[in-house]
Structures are given as structure tokens and as C-alpha cells.
Design a protein around this ligand. Structure first.
Ligand code: MD6
Ligand code: FE
Length: 217
């Protein structure tokens, strides 16, 4: 067993880690298509650059984000919502790269969700110190669909809690190429990301990219 917990591409970490009744980490599942996924991220961010959004509570998020697909998640002083239009450009969000849709459907099937038809993808960029406080993803219309989450670049400590904010959260390290799928009874569990350490990744340097593929509409 390797102790290289933050090494990223170590095949010894590959496999399937069950984190809930309908939640699984697929270690390294995205590695075979990482070139296409990163090209997709470049395409998307060329059209809809990463930005730091404001929360309804008046904080600026430490995570920078953008979207692709028919619907994109946004937050501002008026609240959280999905919209078809990027409020920065006034244009529709960039199309979902085929590599994202394919990976999401493959991972969802692997996790027991065979008919996943995503229409939205939220792309997050973390720098050292960026964090995401405990939250539920509940702006989507249909909680029957799972969410597929892809991690690239620096490792992060993911917090996977319960249905109540106060429930104890498990700590799940996520590495370059890992894919998390959760849905069903786990769909509304609280979760977050601890402040990122600066452990530069050979390919992406001092950043972590996470994108979550969803059915929002
Ligand atoms: C992240 N992920 O990993 C943040 N939400 O950077 C999420 O907030 C998330 O990974 C819903 C489903 C899967 C996720
Ligand atoms: Fe989330």
C-alpha cells in the first residue's frame, strides 16, 4: 500500500470506494479521457471565463466557476438559480463537450444509474486556500437524477455529510481523475470541500478543476 496519498495518478488508488448506499468514488475513472476533458475545459472557459460569484449572503466565493450545457448555475445577491444565459456575456452557456457527456453517462451507468440525460455542468476552479462550505445541491428540478463529479489537478479533501447540516461528515480525499457519482437516497446529502493545500499537480499546477454534470431542468 502506497503512502503517496496526494500523488494523483497512482494506479494503486484505482477502484471503487462506496461512500453511501447510492454513492461511489470511481478512482481514476477519468484518466483515460483526461486530454479530451481538459480540452473541453479550455473550450468552455475561452467562451465563458471563470469568475468569482457573490452569494445571497454577500460573500464572494473563493472558488471560481463557470458552466456549460443548456443550463448554468449562478449565484448573486438575488439568490441561487439555473439560467440559460451567462450573465457576464449575455449569451447562452457554451455547449457541453461530448467528452463530458460521455464520461458522465459511463460513470453513472457504472454506479447504477443507466439512463442519465444531463443538461448542465458546473465547472469549479480551486486555488490554494479555496474552499466550499457545506451545502446541498437542490436547485435542480428532478432529484431522481444523479450527479457526476469529476476532479482534475490538485487533490482535495471532500466532506460527505448527511441529510442534516449538523451530521458528522466523512472525509474523502479526491485525486486527479477521480469521479464521484451519487444519487437516489444520497442525493440531498450535505457536502463541501476543505481549504485546498498547495500541492502543485504536474499537469495543472496549483489548481484543482472540478466539474459536476447534472440534470437541472
Ligand atoms: C467539488 N463538489 O468537488 C464540489 N456537488 O469541488 C460538489 O459540490 C458536488 O462533487 C454535488 C455533487 C457532487 C459534487
Ligand atoms: Fe455540491
Amino acid at each position: 500500500m502506497t503512502l503517496d496519498l496526494f500523488g494523483g495518478d497512482d494506479p494503486a488508488q484505482h477502484g471503487r470506494v462506496t461512500i453511501g448506499p447510492q454513492s461511489v468514488v470511481l478512482r481514476g475513472f477519468a484518466l483515460p479521457t483526461v486530454d479530451a476533458l481538459l480540452a473541453g475545459v479550455d473550450d468552455v472557459t475561452a467562451q465563458a471565463p471563470f469568475r468569482h460569484m457573490e452569494t445571497p449572503g454577500g460573500y464572494t466565493m473563493s472558488v471560481a466557476l463557470t458552466n456549460c450545457g443548456d443550463l448554468g448555475w449562478t449565484t448573486d445577491a438575488r439568490g441561487y438559480r439555473y439560467s440559460r444565459i451567462d450573465p457576464v456575456s449575455g449569451q447562452p452557456w457554451p455547449a457541453m463537450p461530448q467528452a463530458f457527456t460521455q464520461l458522465a453517462q459511463d460513470a453513472a451507468r457504472e454506479a447504477g444509474f443507466p439512463d442519465f440525460a444531463p443538461d448542465a455542468c458546473l465547472v469549479n476552479r480551486y486555488e490554494p486556500g479555496s474552499r466550499l462550505s457545506l451545502h446541498q445541491d437542490r436547485n435542480e428540478r428532478d432529484f431522481n437524477a444523479p450527479i457526476v463529479s469529476v476532479s482534475l489537478g490538485m487533490p482535495a479533501m471532500f466532506l460527505f455529510g448527511g441529510d442534516d447540516r449538523a451530521d458528522r461528515a466523512a472525509r474523502v480525499p479526491l485525486f486527479h481523475g477521480d469521479v464521484v457519482v451519487w444519487g437516489g437516497v444520497d442525493r440531498l446529502r450535505f457536502h463541501g470541500v476543505m481549504p485546498l493545500k498547495d500541492l502543485p499537480h504536474p499537469r495543472l499546477g496549483s489548481q484543482r478543476i472540478n466539474f459536476t454534470i447534472r440534470k437541472a431542468g
